[in-house]
Design a binder for this molecule. Structure first.
Ligand code: 3PG
Length: 308
């Protein structure tokens, strides 16, 4: 089978080479399209491939239509909002993600942002410590679980709201379950977002929810920019002089510029999306993608399918 690894933002070379080796050893042909700058390059590259590995690359209906032989797309990572899953299903194409493979990297970055903001971006103003503070996790998937595991070292108190995760999973991490997202937002010194970008969550972090936050609360977003209502975020930042916001997925350019200029000690954005940018996360996600493709063609394994 012909497998295309198409990554606008490439995996680290060691990770890419390791997954290519897994695929080649199983008898597959591997082609690479890295650091491409125009979607026409992807449209051309997919025409004769049987399998596709991507990161946040947009796999639209147009791409799927051009990929006449395509049987499986694996997103090397957790969120698959970049893939038109419905269209893939219609075309009989399996879509998978690689859940959990980059979650520790995301968790460490969430703490990097928390620590940075706790020290007021190192602008000379006395900061605060994480020890003993309350951390609230909006959703409790793999990334949130990794955050919870690290939070124990900081002796933080933990809460989460996730109607899709059993309370017993939360208890394993000493996390108390909340009965609503509003309750969760009202409890945290820190609130960390781990929700996917789906129609129900887009712009769901709005003024109503933000106004539930405690005085001096910090909101951390390593999930997706689309879940934030940016106009409401601007209003809330203006109204609440002690509120802090940090994200790996910065808002649109204009909002980002305004926030950084107005509130230099209480806003933090990574220069580009960096959460999964560790050697380990790249290696784990890329290799899992390769192994999942091998298993799919070998035995029809679709354990990680997300478009059933
Ligand atoms: C994910 O959904 O796994 C993360 O957001 C990482 O995305 P990336 O592969 O585009 O860095």
């Amino acid at each position: 089978m012909k497998v295309l690894i198409a990554t606008e933002k490439p995996f680290a070379p060691a990770a890419r080479d390791a997954t290519a080796k897994i695929l080649k050893e199983a008898g597959h042909e591997v082609v690479l399209l890295e650091s491409y700058t125009d979607k026409s390059e992807l449209l051309k590259a997919v025409t004769d491939v049987d399998a596709l590995v991507v990161r946040s690359d947009k796999v639209t209906a147009e791409v799927l239509a051009a990929a006449k032989q395509l049987k499986i797309v694996v997103r090397g990572g957790a969120g698959y909002d970049n893939i038109d899953c419905g269209k893939a299903k219609e075309n009989g194409i399996v879509v998978e993600n690689t859940p959990g493979q980059n979650s520790n990297a995301v968790a460490e970055l969430a703490f990097t942002i928390m620590l940075n903001l706790a020290r007021n971006n190192f602008q000379g103003k006395t900061g605060s410590e994480l020890k003993g503070k309350t951390l609230c996790l909006h959703a409790f998937g793999y990334a949130a679980q990794a955050v919870a595991a690290l939070a124990r070292g900081f002796e933080m108190k933990l809460y989460s709201y996730d109607p899709y995760v059993d309370v017993s999973v939360m208890s394993r991490y000493n996390v108390k379950s909340c009965s609503s997202v509003e309750e969760l937002f009202g409890l945290g010194d820190y609130v960390s977002l781990h929700i996917p970008a789906i129609p129900e969550t887009i712009k769901s972090i709005n003024y109503g929810l933000l106004s539930k936050l405690k005085d001096k609360a910090t909101l951390i977003n390593t999930a997706r920019k689309e879940v934030i209502n940016e106009a409401d975020l601007l209003t809330f930042c203006a109204e609440r002089p002690n509120f802090k916001y940090g994200a790996d997925v910065a808002p649109s350019d204009e909002v980002k510029k305004e926030l950084l200029e107005k509130y230099p000690t209480r806003i933090f954005f990574t220069p580009k999306k960096m959460a999964a940018e560790t050697a380990e996360a790249n290696y784990n996600a890329a290799c899992a993608a390769g192994q999942q493709i091998v298993a799919f063609f070998e035995s029809g394994d679709t354990t990680f399918q997300v478009n059933k």
